[in-house]
Design a protein around this ligand. Sequence first.
Ligand code: T4K
Length: 374
Amino acid sequence: MMPAFSHPIFITKPMLPPLSQLSSGMERVYQSGNVTNMGPMHQELELELRAVLGGHNLVLYNNGTIALMAALQALDLPPGSEVITTPFSFAATTHSIKAVGLQPVFADIEPEHLTLDPVEVRKKITDRTRCILAVHVYGFPCRLDELAAIAAEHDLRLIYDAAHAFAATVGGRSIADFGDASVFSFHATKLFNTIEGGAVSTGSLERYDRLKNYRNFGIIDEDTVDSVGLNGKMSEVHALFGLLNLRTYQQELSRRRDVRAIYTEELSPVRQVHIPDYPACVGGSYQYFPIRIEQFRDVIYHELKRFNVFSRRYFYPLIADFKPYRHLAPLDSLPEARKAAQDVLCLPFYGDLADGTARSIAHLVRSIIDRHAR
Ligand code: T4K
């Protein structure tokens, strides 16, 4: 039996810049005395991210959840309008809809990449539907053409929660090129992070203005407040982390590609394990390494902990089963999402994970399955 790892191995390890670079950056912050409210580093980061994410208007926020709320608020929809969304995501996706006074409506996901199923979306459209909020879950791009066609046909807005899809591409195009807006999270657990942070990217200039106002209490100038905004501002210190991490995220991405290859080599021969893969046209974001396991998901999750390995059951429980949303979807609805919530396991996945450690984790998964399948 393999011994437990001497230190805990978590699902991720935040990518942090070298301390020496941080302290010289902090000197700049101290010298300027401008520590928040869209200071110089904030502006620099917005410009750099804009270039990385396809050149659209980009607004930074203090986290991805506020960014989601801002993207929805910028649509200026009538209160109570229905937003069709996926139940298979992190809580923030649905919470943001409720938080801005709109009504989430769950549609099921498609089985291979676990993103919103366009066929199911069509079934949920009513005369109150105004928007689709789809998630590129784990960085797998949604069915972009089909969702765009539905949105055009029914005059709906289309927002992508791209929290897991930083720098992903589809057919060579940035993931931010699709829909009315794309929302990113730069939380510490994300491939590119500002510790806490987020952004909305949009092609619309009018929406861009609303997005900026929402971030700063709706303040236009000293004499004018024209909408209900909040404090969504990213500080200079967080922006500094972002500027430094932008220099190295591609190395992190490439290293994660190697870790993915090791896991795939070790686990794809296992009959009970299915590894969803990126379609050929997709440049991956390598945010997570999800596998689907017939039968033994929870056994593996718990047994791995005994070896100091902390995988995650993202996204269990299903959002539709959270107390505030339970009444929206009966237990026999959303079958694909419910199945995914029961069988997906995300293995530790980050650039600093040594090859040997990734191989050992895969061996542990295999041996747990072997033992229980006998
Ligand atoms: N949309 C989607 C699809 C999302 O997945 C998210 C966030 C959002 C929107 C909202 O974006 P933000 O408002 O968060 O910017 C984590 C993250 O907090 C959350 O950002 C993320 N998705 C979600 C999927 O995962 P938890 O509660 O699972 O995190 P936690 O604290 O258990 O961290 C996971 C592991 O990471 C820990 O076991 C250890 C490691 N870790 C974590 C932190 C925070 C570290 O090693 N160091 C750290 O500082 O939510």
